[in-house]
Design a protein around this ligand. Structure first.
Ligand code: GAR
Length: 215
């Protein structure tokens, strides 16, 4: 069991093989519009990868939908402009997505990065950025799609779960997979300890998967 305590299995590349910066010009660099609903730890991991030069991209904007979301504090600390689009202010998912598209276009975004975005997105957003919308999900897809994925896996009795970065398509959590990390569920785990270990892996694979998709 101890080998699993510290390590996770990441595919298709391992930690030391994360693609390195390819020194693009400002004009070539992918412009990532990040969408987050909560803590924003994945947002921060992506921004840190950019600011450290590991991921050759720019992050001109983060959009959040919950006015209380802690991601706004991370954005302020990291110097990333943040815009709140509260889903309660919109009559439909499509109306919210239309407003999101407008903000993303205003910031010349060409890749949309859902990082803990807890709203189902519609073709209004997906078709505005064809094959350029990514999501991270806290399970080894196609297992445990949808909400409460960590809890679903924990309660199911599986011994290995993980996280997945994938393209977004209209069917929830069903797009082509870019990268996954497998994380064991230990006898001693609680939901909180499992989530903490999953997030360590999420923070590694999301910047790496963006480099693969947008590189
Ligand atoms: C992450 O664990 C992500 O996988 C999950 O929300 C968390 C956000 O954490 N996303 C989903 O469940 C999407 N269905 P963060 O706000 O600290 O990045």
């Amino acid at each position: 069991m101890t080998i699993w305590d510290q390590h996770a299995l990441i595919s298709p590349v391992i930690d030391s093989e994360i693609p390195s910066s390819s020194s693009k010009t400002t004009n070539d660099r992918p412009r990532l519009g990040i969408m987050a609903s909560g803590s924003g730890s994945n947002f921060e991991a992506i921004v840190q990868a950019v600011q450290s030069g590991q991921l050759d991209a720019e992050v001109p904007i983060v959009i959040y939908n919950n006015p209380q979301a802690a991601v706004v504090d991370r954005a302020a600390r990291l110097g990333i402009p943040a815009v709140c689009l509260n889903h309660r202010d919109y009559a439909s998912r499509e109306a919210l997505d239309g407003a999101i598209v407008a903000v993303l276009r205003d910031h010349n975004v060409n890749w949309v990065i859902m990082a803990g975005w807890m709203r189902i997105v519609t073709p209004v957003l997906i078709n505005a950025f064809p094959e350029h919308v990514l999501n991270i999900h806290p399970s080894l897809l196609p297992s445990f799609k949808g909400g409460r994925a960590i809890e679903q896996a924990f309660q199911s009795g599986v011994k290995i779960t993980g996280c997945t970065v994938h393209y977004v398509v209209p069917e929830v959590d069903s797009g082509k997979i870019i990268m996954q990390a497998a994380v064991p569920i230990l006898e001693t785990d609680t939901l909180e300890t499992l989530q903490a270990r999953l997030q360590v892996q999420e923070h590694k694979i999301y910047p790496a998967a963006i480099a693969i998709a947008a590189g």
